[in-house]
Design a protein around this ligand. Structure first.
Ligand code: ADP
Ligand code: SF4
Length: 691
């Protein structure tokens, strides 16, 4: 089958030191909030990637020692032999599908706060730990360095025992000791581990040599290296020391896994970096310097781009974290020529947010992500229908489309009714805001799928009343009617409407249909939602030439976007766009002269003249149809279910998940679906024999 569609080069095997991957699809290490806390879930998730065709599937960063304790985050651990069985679950799940398993060994130095272990925090030099906690890392002495090398060696030995095929030395994301030693910003040593590049690289070289020695030709040694910090001359640059490092170590690892740092630069969102393959200019030199295979990332979803990068000699292996999350079956779909079926990553970093919260990974495009073990959800498979024949879905936002799509896949005859002239709901509307155009991929992928199916009837311009729904006599009704932004100020700070008179008040719903505030005077944007929307709308309005004053009760703009690695970019962009930011204030009232604010802490009030208000506060659930059906037609339906934002306003990812869940649970044993809420991995009460 491979070769039939012009992408055969992607399915060639590649030798990586002593092992060979069956194809060029390489799932690079990525965090997922499962890790050592939920090893069965992690194994099932990684196994799914292997089943979907990824030739290599790696762990996330794996702490090698208690002095690298990233708790409470759920990374992997290989502190001692007790961690081996959990990791072996993952290698077995990956091997079952003929793929290679890689492990990213990590010592996180001053990035690991050691809150759980209370072990000393280690760094090349004395420095405060990375997180805002009044504790310092100590400069490692020679014994510390010797210890570290032993820990890494022992971890490599255990990794081999756990069945891994590829073992990493990790110097990336500004997160690990080898990189901290390498970068002068962290390393002010005057011994043989500091000063010249050769000295700063000494630790990395030792770790690579010793890992290779320990693995003794049984596993490949990979080196993950950030060639550029994207700080210009203030940091490492690909054209200078980045290249020099690759030249100095060229043939030492069996594989170069190259990217940029820090994590927010490596995993940029489409909002701030719309270009897939954006890392290519930084890493394209690497293959000219080494004869070893090279893997790189950059939100690759297009097989044309992948093929051209291989053909041009930029990459040997197509690295992916997010595209493999959004579609674990991306390689198989390319191989089978089913390109249109790929659920493309939209670059929203909701996956990252879960890791940052220490909860199982989730994904806007792939509602099954992180649910492979708990709910046994498979991204490509769903149970066939039961006794019922037909279903009606009202509303075509991300929840309605996902529900309709999965119901159709199960074999039901599906009717989909949408009030507006276009399908897509909020995903489509939000994609019209500045920076969010890639979010349209959610709707595009769902619609394409629905349009392929013969058992779906879809209607736009069909605002359904209760009478009309009842008249259709379809026994199973799913209502995904969405939510509408409040105009009256109800939000986090006030559950009651605010006294607003004499000023026009706009909401994000207006902006999405291009109904903008007047140009003659500042618009005061009140962001009491503190998600992504306030910052997006402020940016959108500033670009449209409005003078924007952003007021938020939070200390920073769009606080939520800290979880998606975007917050500093959001605030920087707004400052650059001339938006005036007033943090730590809530809106109290407004009249024709402007708005009255109150300080979050003192309550002191302040008057800000403005010509209009832009309210980003909270949303009202659109339940009118559900209420009318529930109250007026009780007993007429086998199923009457409210879902998505109409049931609980949240992220687009939540709406997709809700649509998916409704379709999966339909006609399933309610006892089982209830039990799934409680399926979890319990902590062993074994005290490890007192050891
Ligand atoms: P979600 O995120 O839950 O999918 P959205 O707000 O994106 O919600 O989408 C809800 C969709 O439902 C909107 O496109 C809206 O036009 C549509 N809708 C709301 N009420 C009705 C109705 N009575 N009949 C048909 N469509 C409706
Ligand atoms: Fe891509 Fe968003 Fe899914 Fe992450 S959550 S993989 S960024 S679509």
């Amino acid at each position: 089958m491979s070769g039939a569609n012009g992408y055969s080069v992607l399915f060639e095997p590649v030798k990586i030191g002593p092992v060979t991957t069956r194809n060029r699809f390489y799932q690079v290490p990525h965090c997922n909030g499962l890790g050592h806390v939920r090893p069965q879930a992690e194994a099932a998730m990684r196994g799914m990637k292997a089943e979907g065709g990824w030739g290599v599937v790696c762990t996330q960063e794996t702490e090698i020692h208690p002095t690298s304790d990233l708790g409470p985050y759920a990374e992997n651990r290989i502190w001692d032999e007790h961690d081996i069985p959990a990791l072996r679950l993952m290698t077995q799940a990956v091997h079952e599908h003929g793929s290679l398993a890689g492990i990213q060994l990590a010592h996180n130095g001053y990035h690991a706060p050691n809150h759980l272990t209370r072990a000393p925090v280690l760094a090349p030099s004395d420095m405060p730990i990375e997180s805002a906690y009044p504790k310092q890392a100590r400069a490692m002495d020679k014994q510390d360095i010797r210890d570290l090398r032993q820990w890494h060696r022992a971890a490599a030995r255990r990794a081999r025992e756990a069945g891994f095929d590829i073992v990493y030395v990790y110097a990336g994301h500004n997160m690990t000791l080898p990189q901290h030693f390498l970068l002068p910003q962290y390393n002010d040593r005057s011994d043989e581990y500091g000063g010249s590049l050769e000295n700063r690289l000494r630790l990395t070289r030792e770790l690579l040599e010793e890992t290779r020695e320990e693995l003794d030709g049984h596993c490949a040694v990979a080196f993950r290296f950030a060639v550029d910090q994207m700080m210009g001359p203030d940091g490492m640059q690909a054209a200078e020391e980045g290249r020099a490092v690759v030249e100095m170590l060229a043939e030492l690892p069996d594989l170069w896994d190259v990217n940029v740092s820090d994590w927010s630069n490596d995993s940029q969102t489409t909002r701030f970096q719309p270009q897939d393959g954006f890392q290519v200019p930084y890493i394209e030199f690497v293959k000219q310097v080494t004869s070893k295979p090279v893997v790189g990332v950059g939100r690759f979803t297009s097989p044309d781009l992948m093929t051209s990068l291989v053909n041009k000699g930029v990459l040997d292996l197509i690295g992916a974290a997010r595209p493999s999350i959004a579609d674990p079956f991306l390689p198989s779909k390319i191989e089978a020529g089913r390109i249109e079926e790929i659920r493309e990553c939209i670059g929203c970093n909701i996956c990252v947010s879960a890791d940052t919260l220490g909860v199982p990974i989730r994904c806007t495009q792939n509602p099954t992500m992180g649910e492979e073990w708990r709910r046994k959800w498979h991204p490509e498979k769903i149970a066939a229908k039961g006794r019922e024949e037909a279903a009606l879905v009202v509303g075509s936002g991300p929840a309605g489309l996902e529900c309709a799509m999965q119901l159709a896949k199960r074999g039901y005859d599906v009717t989909l009714a949408e009030a507006r002239p276009e399908f897509g709901g909020r995903a489509l509307r939000e994609s019209r805001l500045k920076g969010l155009s890639a979010w349209k991929r959610v709707t595009d992928n769902q619609l394409w799928d629905l349009q392929q199916r013969g058992n779906v009837q879809m209607f736009t311009d069909s605002p359904m009343t209760a009478e009309e729904v009842a008249g259709l006599e379809i026994p199973n009704v799913f209502l995904a009617t969405g939510a509408t932004w409040h105009r009256d100020g109800r939000g986090r700070s006030s559950l009651a409407p605010l006294p607003i008179e004499g000023l026009p008040a706009f909401t994000p719903d207006d902006i999405m249909v291009n109904d903008l505030p007047p140009e003659d005077g500042p618009v005061l944007l009140y962001d009491d939602d503190q998600g992504y929307m306030g910052g997006v709308v402020a940016d959108h309005l500033a670009e449209a030439g409005r003078k924007v004053i952003l007021v938020t009760p939070g200390a920073i703009v769009s606080a939520f976007t800290d979880l998606t690695l975007e917050q500093s970019r959001v605030q920087t962009a707004l400052i650059e766009a001339g938006v005036e930011i007033i943090p730590l204030h809530s809106l109290q009232s407004a009249d024709a002269s402007g708005a009255t604010l109150a300080c979050t802490y003192t309550g002191r009030s302040r008057h800000i003249p403005c010509a209009s208000l832009m309210m980003v506060t909270s949303r009202a659930r659109d339940t009118e149809l559900f209420d009318a059906l529930h109250d007026g037609y009780a007993g007429r339906f086998t199923t009457l279910e409210l879902l998505g934002d109409a049931a609980q306003p949240g992220l687009i990812a939540d709406a997709v998940y809700a649509g998916h869940m409704a379709a999966r649970n339909f006609e399933c044993d309610p006892a089982q679906t209830d039990a799934d809420w409680f399926r979890r991995e319990l902590i062993s009460l074994d005290d490890m024999g007192g050891k």
